[in-house]
Design a protein around this ligand. Structure first.
Ligand code: DHB
Ligand code: MG
Length: 221
């Protein structure tokens, strides 16, 4: 999909709402230097996540899929003193990059990076009866989104928000016959969210510097 005008609008919105941000510039540069792909959320989307988390007064945030820590640090900026982001990633290069970026951003004490397959890390948190989370951002391997939603429901407090990234994927999500495991994972996630009695869910399309994609947003009752 051509997003030229949408890119121009994103650039305009960034000029309005995104201050010069040496911290995030360094995170993006370090993410590239570590050989990680440039698939973090956009600046406007990062700030959107921060606003959502701050609006509900989130003190405990869980992120599934850390990449280089870009969205992690946006979310950490939403926290009051003493708040925490726990972020999970399977990739040791990712974990090392996030730890370094969190430390350089001055958030080492607010960001816990847990290395390993997210499903196992989530299961361990459930078994340990970890304090519930106020905000959960799901942004890891799309085929496992349904499993992550089930586990998130066991880790979220009533009133929590669960946000899932990449639920549109250039429009492919609308294709029931896709055969793409990522698309099927997202479709199963959306269906599961729709059926979960504790969730009130919607989804929004996004267009801009990160192409054509979208977020699903669920309120936990
Ligand atoms: C992919 C993953 C993401 O989380 C994203 O935001 C964009 C792309 C991917 O795996 O292709
Ligand atoms: Mg994503």
């Amino acid at each position: 999909m051509k997003t030229g005008r949408a890119d121009a609008v994103d650039a305009y919105f960034e000029s309005l709402f995104i201050e010069p941000d040496a911290v995030m510039d360094r995170v993006t540069a370090e993410t590239a230097r570590a050989g990680l792909p440039a698939i973090a959320v956009s600046p406007a989307q990062g700030k959107f996540l921060m606003i959502l988390a701050a609006a509900i007064g989130a003190r405990r945030i869980l992120e599934i899929g850390a990449l280089g820590g870009y969205s992690t640090i946006w979310l950490a900026r939403a926290l009051p003193a003493g708040g925490r982001v726990v972020t999970l990633d399977i990739d040791p290069a990712s974990v090392a990059t996030v730890r370094r970026n969190a430390s350089e951003a001055g958030f080492a004490d607010r960001i816990d990076v847990v290395e390993g397959p997210a499903a196992a890390s989530l299961e361990a948190m459930i078994a340990a009866e970890t304090l519930p989370f106020d905000f959960i951002f799901i942004d890891a391997d799309k085929n496992n989104y349904p499993a992550y939603l089930g586990q998130s429901l066991r880790l979220a407090r009533p009133g929590a928000l669960i946000v899932a990234d990449n639920v549109v994927r250039d429009g492919k999500v609308a294709d029931a016959q896709s055969g793409d495991a990522m698309v099927e994972g997202v479709r199963a996630y959306l269906d599961q969210a729709r059926r979960a009695p504790r969730l009130v869910t919607t989804a929004l399309q996004t267009l801009g510097v990160k192409g054509y994609d979208g977020f699903a947003i669920s309120l936990v009752r």
